[in-house]
Design a protein around this ligand. Structure first.
Ligand code: ZN
Ligand code: ZN
Length: 216
């Protein structure tokens, strides 16, 4: 399985950066996790990777914030698209999706396909879903902003088995012990304590920005 970071706050040379996150999961089918803040940056970076909207069959939105839903129009041009939101997303977002694609509202743990699962709705102040990917190297947890707390997300993901990697925005996460035993940590986007995570887990930490690829 291959992961391509399409949008992030930082970008590799030749890619554009913006406040937001989007990652393409290439496995038995192409599943887009979040869409960044704008269709302009998402489409620019996707093109750089040679990815076209019609190659994407499913979209999963972690939570209803503009920096994760803002680029949706780029992929909504696509026919036969399935978009997984949470049942608690705003009516405005749901209607926008419902006009162009099949809307699937997640609350419990949900199978996206044979190798990709939504961990279901986790709540704190803001509802969010994360993905659990079953890869050749083990379980990979893909997170948007981790608003419900990364510790809670990792606990939920552990119900699927041992977590090999975690990638995405960790927000204000500082319960660093929760990362013990994870082989690959790619803290990006809104992560506030990037530097500390890097110092505590130097071998496990991997740089992550738009244009980065991960092979599992
Ligand atoms: Zn965010
Ligand atoms: Zn957010």
């Amino acid at each position: 399985m291959k992961l391509k970071i399409l949008v992030d706050n930082q970008a590799k040379h030749g890619f554009k950066s913006e406040w937001g996150f989007s990652c393409l999961v290439e496995g038995m089918e192409n599943v887009l996790f979040d869409t960044g803040s704008s269709a302009a940056v998402l489409s620019f970076n996707a093109e750089k990777f040679g990815v076209k909207p019609k190659q994407i069959s499913k979209v999963v939105l972690s939570h209803d914030h503009f920096d994760h839903t803002g680029g949706l129009s780029w992929v909504l041009q696509n026919r036969g698209l399935k978009v997984f939101t949470l049942d608690s997303f705003s009516n405005e977002t749901k209607e926008k999706i419902g006009k162009k694609a099949e809307l699937i509202e997640v609350s419990e743990e949900t199978k996206i396909n044979e190798e990709i699962y939504s961990a279901g709705k986790l709540s704190n102040s803001i509802d969010e879903q994360s993905l659990v990917l079953k890869t050749g190297k083990g379980l990979v947890v893909l997170v948007g902003c981790s608003h419900p707390g990364l510790t809670q997300i990792l606990e939920k993901a552990s119900e699927f088995g041992k977590v090999h990697a975690v990638i995405g925005g960790f927000h204000g996460f500082s319960d660093f012990d929760a990362l013990q035993g994870i082989d690959l940590i790619a803290a990006t986007h809104c992560t506030q304590h990037k530097q500390q995570i890097k110092e505590l887990f130097p071998k496990q930490s991997k740089a992550c920005s738009a244009g980065a690829e991960f092979n599992f």
